[in-house]
Ligand binder design. Sequence first.
Ligand code: PEP
Length: 251
Amino acid sequence: MSRIPMIAGNWKMHKTVAEAVRLAAALRGALGNLAGREVMIAPPCTALSEVARELTGSSIHLGAQNMYPEDSGAFTGEIAPAMLRSVGCSHVILGHSERRQIFNESDDFIARKVAKALATDLTPVLCVGETLPEREAETAVEVVSRQLRAALKGLTKSEALRIIIAYEPVWAIGTGRTATPDIAQEMHATIRRLLQDLFSDPIAAQVRILYGGSVKPENISALMAETDIDGALVGGASLKAEDFIQIVEYT
Ligand code: PEP
């Protein structure tokens, strides 16, 4: 089963509208008609509309970094899934470790978001990953399995097929410390086995599992050489056009 590699950029809380449009324009110039690879960028919500305009006619997908799992209402500061659709988003990052840790998002809350995103025709990029103490305590598999079981609970097989999973060991995010390809592959294979148990072999074979955590032009090829690594979710290195383009164009 061939899975089209996906490289996704999470811009986090970086870039004004003008800066975001400049970066999107550079990416569009280099990557806008790429075959055989999917690219998604997730600017901050203030820049989504303008970046969408800049990406019109290109194959680069637009994603949001978060959303609230209700249609509308008194949720000051939050953004509804239909609002993201209305500015041109096709994807949404959910369960990022910064949301889990800094904003105390629980497994159950993230599960509500996943279900709501699917119901609104947004593709969830569901992040899971263990912290350093959890890895040192040898509970990484247990933690990632718990996060996944919670987020995928109750989904139909066709819904499961529409999800993209990102394994992001928290100790590798923004630290410059990448998981070795072996460590990443081991967890990706575990995740795929869990998808087999929860859904079926064909579904597990089709769902893409991205790796995230200090991905750079220098380490992308070794990561992508692993059987179960289907792409990358890139933070820091997605903020510089040259670096992100090199990552997307890995050989
Ligand atoms: C991320 O925030 O999803 C991420 C992987 O960040 P970085 O690439 O900077 O480690």
